[in-house]
Design a protein around this ligand. Structure first.
Ligand SMILES: Nc1ncnc2c1ncn2[C@@H]1O[C@H](COP(=O)(O)OP(=O)(O)OP(=O)(O)O)[C@@H](O)[C@H]1O
Length: 604
């Protein structure tokens, strides 16, 4: 049966498109430090290996110099050749091992960023989930964390090893011929300036590209989770086009990054070629004039290559490092958000509850959901709501759609905090209780509760991980779901959903009740499914609720008055205000709105 009155249009609960994601600040290298410091021991090793590797590389031109000089003087080469080959092999081995260590550390950074991100993500206030797109959040855990690896594998390898070789080569060149070095540095300085100017643009474009990937994931998530509705509405083509637009957005930003980095990559090559030509020309002239020897010129040229090569690698790494910093910005944006319990006082505990106080009491509670972007203030959803829920009794919340019934349960669970007034459990302000202590006393069956991916057992033991298989079977019987066990030979191990036990809307709701029942909380909050149930399912649901209600405080949101006519107390909400409290017959006699609701649902 449908609700008696309709509300004005309500915003989408999943919050698609409410806040543009990824507008967070871009990260600086400093924010990366905590991640790197976690691996400082390995990184110290990497630095030691780099020093050894750089020394092995830098010694090579010096040996070449010796070889040429001895050849010029027709002296025997002796051990020099073996030493040169040995150095080449050692330098290669060191660089391979260093590469492995950095790859491993890169994976470690990805792992710790994922751990930190997920730990924060799952503790965010519920309002954050209302305002952010699921797909975008998923993309931060998947794609953005992966991008961090590049900082180590492509960034640090070149930064550490390259810097040492660069400096060593510079010193070698300075000793050989300061004049030639001056000319080389001039050419290279120009290339560095060009690259520094371009790198800012790369970072900006990379952050945009990561954001576009987030948009794309969010669009795909929307299309997949609502696939039935989309198919039924004949909107598949339009959804594909929408996802296509986001994919194209990501592609466009990727091309933008490619365009800018294409300007960076050849800079090092050009710098090398120009400086090579300059050194060859001017160096040849200086050899002819007797200022330097041929051996010195050859050594200088080898040093030149050694200096420019790491520079080229570093220029190449700028794209990946900047994209990693863009990704880090999106990761840190979430990690920096306060968790839902950031401002909790923990001033009370369950022990402070009084047995003579009502199980739950609303005292002048007002609430509005956080204002949406573009709204100056939030619209009130509850206004001065006061009522008490007696212990061990069944209280029903009824009222037209949008009256604030589900919101009231959300406030009891502390998914949100009232803007005014107090909610008490056993006489204690719930805001003073640690959230886990509060929630341990509550069983919550949300409206149209989802079955979680996993087995029947996983679904049941969510709130009671130590429950035995017998306990699981017993609660399934209690909510009239015993026969689902017979649907698959796997019994409790049968996966729920695709390729497993398929459940109807009513069965999913009863599975959720069974889940709440297994944890045996003293108070049960049940937001009845809005989906219409057939007569048999409705009967099974009523029996399930009756089974649950025994000796338990219960608040049921009823969309079908038939479910609640025999409740001990009924609270009628309308436009966020309590308009009546009493039994069914009292309310029919005294509250016009309730009489109207009952009339529509053929109860009077
Ligand atoms: N997460 C949310 N963010 C913003 N506004 C919300 C959110 N959830 C509900 N609202 C708004 O709060 C109002 C009350 O919603 P609520 O779900 O509490 O009503 P209800 O009485 O349970 O309705 P129904 O019978 O349809 O379930 C509605 O106008 C709705 O648009």
């Amino acid at each position: 049966m449908s609700d008696a009155a309709e509300t004005p249009a309500r915003p989408a609960r999943r919050g698609f498109g409410r806040r543009s994601p990824g507008d967070g600040p871009r990260a600086s290298f400093r924010q990366l430090l905590p991640y790197l410091l976690e691996h400082r021991r390995v990184l110290v090793w990497v630095i030691v290996l780099s020093v050894l590797g750089a020394a092995a590389s830098l010694a090579q031109p010096l040996l070449v110099n010796q070889v040429i000089t001895r050849v010029q003087h027709a002296s025997p080469l002796g051990w020099l050749v073996f030493a040169l080959v040995g150095l080449v092999v050692v330098a290669g081995l060191l660089s391979g091992y260093q590469h492995y260590l950095l790859q491993r550390t890169g994976e470690g950074v990805v792992l710790s960023s994922r751990r930190r991100l997920v730990a924060r993500l799952l503790n965010l206030p519920i309002s954050e989930f209302d305002q952010r797109r699921t797909g975008d959040l998923v993309s931060r855990v998947g794609a953005d964390t992966t991008a961090l690896r590049a900082v180590l594998t492509q960034g640090l390898i070149d930064a550490i090893g390259g810097a040492l070789t660069f400096i060593g080569a510079l010193v070698g060149m300075l000793i050989i011929d300061p004049v030639l070095l001056g000319l080389t540095v001039l050419v290279i300085a120009v290339s560095v300036i060009v690259v520094v100017l371009l790198s800012g643009r790369i970072r900006e474009a990379s952050a945009q590209a990561q954001k576009k990937v987030g948009d794309l994931t969010a669009a795909v998530e929307r299309a997949i989770t609502s696939v039935r509705t989309i198919r039924a509405a004949g909107a598949t083509g339009r959804e594909i086009a929408a996802v296509d637009r986001d994919a194209e957005g990501a592609w466009r930003m990727g091309i933008q990054v490619a365009r800018i980095s294409a300007m960076v990559v050849p800079v090092a090559g050009i710098a090398l070629q120009v400086s090579f030509l300059v050194v060859l020309g001017i160096g040849g002239y200086r050899v002819a004039s007797g200022a330097i020897s041929v051996a010195s010129l050859v050594t200088f040229i080898i040093f030149l290559f050694m200096m420019v090569m790491p520079l080229g690698n570093a220029f190449g790494a700028i794209t990946s490092v900047n994209s990693a910093l863009g990704a880090l910005g999106r990761i840190e944006e979430i990690i920096a958000l306060p968790g839902e319990d950031a401002r909790d006082s923990h001033a009370a505990s369950v022990g402070d509850e009084r047995a003579d106080a009502p199980a739950i009491a609303f005292d002048g509670v007002s609430f509005g959901y956080p204002a949406l972007p573009g709204e100056s203030e939030s619209t009130p959803v509850l206004r001065g709501v006061s009522f008490s829920v007696p212990r061990g009794k069944r209280t029903a919340l009824v009222g037209p759609s949008g009256a604030g019934k589900s919101t009231s349960l959300a406030l009891i669970e502390r998914f949100y905090d009232p803007t005014d007034g107090v909610i008490r459990i056993g006489g204690v302000d719930i805001a003073a209780l640690p959230r886990d202590e509060l929630r341990a006393q509550l069983g919550y069956v949300e409206q149209d509760a989802p079955a979680l991916a996993g087995s029947l057992r996983d679904n049941l033991r969510l709130a009671a991980p130590s429950a035995s298989d017998d306990d699981c079977r017993r609660v399934l019987e209690a909510v009239n779901l015993g026969e689902v066990l017979a649907r698959s030979p796997l019994g409790l191990d049968a996966p729920v959903g695709e390729e497993g036990v398929m459940l109807s809307g009513g069965e999913r709701q009863r599975l959720a009740i069974a889940r709440a029942l297994l944890a045996a909380p003293p108070i049960l909050l049940l937001d009845e499914s809005t989906s219409s149930l057939d007569g048999r399912n409705e009967q099974l649901m009523r029996e399930a609720i009756d089974a649950v209600a025994e000796d338990r405080t219960m608040i049921v949101i009823a969309h079908r008055l038939s479910t609640v006519v025999d409740s001990d107390q009924i609270v009628v909400l309308d436009h966020g205000e309590v308009v009546g409290v009493g039994t069914h017959s009292e309310l029919v006699a005294s509250v016009p709105l309730y009489r109207e609701l009952a009339k529509h649902q053929l109860l009077v």
